[in-house]
Structure formats: C-alpha cells, structure tokens
Design a protein around this ligand. Structure first.
Ligand SMILES: [Zn+2]
Length: 94
C-alpha cells in the first residue's frame, strides 16, 4: 500500500487514535445524525448507502452502523483512495 505517515502529516492530518487520521481543516463536515465532527472519512458501497438512505449525507461510521443495524465490515467499503486510512486501521488491528 502506498501509505506514508510523513506524507499524511505534511498534508495536515493528525492521528486521533492509533491508525485513525483526520484533517482538522475539514472539520466543517459533520455527521448529520450525531453532529460529531470527530470521525474519519470513508466511502461505503452503494448497496449500503441504499439501505441506510445516506446518499448525499455525511455520516460517521457509528451512525452508519446504527442505521444499518450491524457492524460494518471491510467488504462494505469501496476501494476509493479515501478508504486507505480505513484499510490501514484494519491492517493495524489485525
Ligand atoms: Zn454520527
């Protein structure tokens, strides 16, 4: 994976907890359900969006899981580059 800690830091990201990075400059975005700004950015598959009716909304992972009624798995995320951090987090946990 072409993932580089130093590059993330240069881009302005901070590590909020081990393996989870966010960029404070993007803090204008917040979860429509819980108003939390403290989440990482990710993209889930269209199937998941359809189930949770989240299209064009911003939701944190916890609220996606709440709407979905189950935990998200690695297969629920698209392979978009924004998810590299998610995959990196999973990588750290495994
Ligand atoms: Zn939320």
């Amino acid at each position: 994976m072409k993932f580089n800690k130093e590059e993330l830091i240069k881009e302005g990201y901070i590590e909020v907890k081990p393996g989870f990075w966010k960029r404070p400059k993007s803090a204008l975005l917040f979860c429509v359900d819980c108003q939390s700004e403290d989440f990482i950015y990710f993209m889930v598959t269209n199937e998941i969006w359809k189930i949770i009716k989240g299209k064009s909304s911003i939701l944190c992972i916890h609220c996606v899981e709440k709407r979905l009624g189950r935990k998200l798995t690695i297969n629920d995320f698209t392979d978009a580059s924004i998810n590299e951090l998610i995959f990196y987090g999973y990588h750290l946990k495994s």
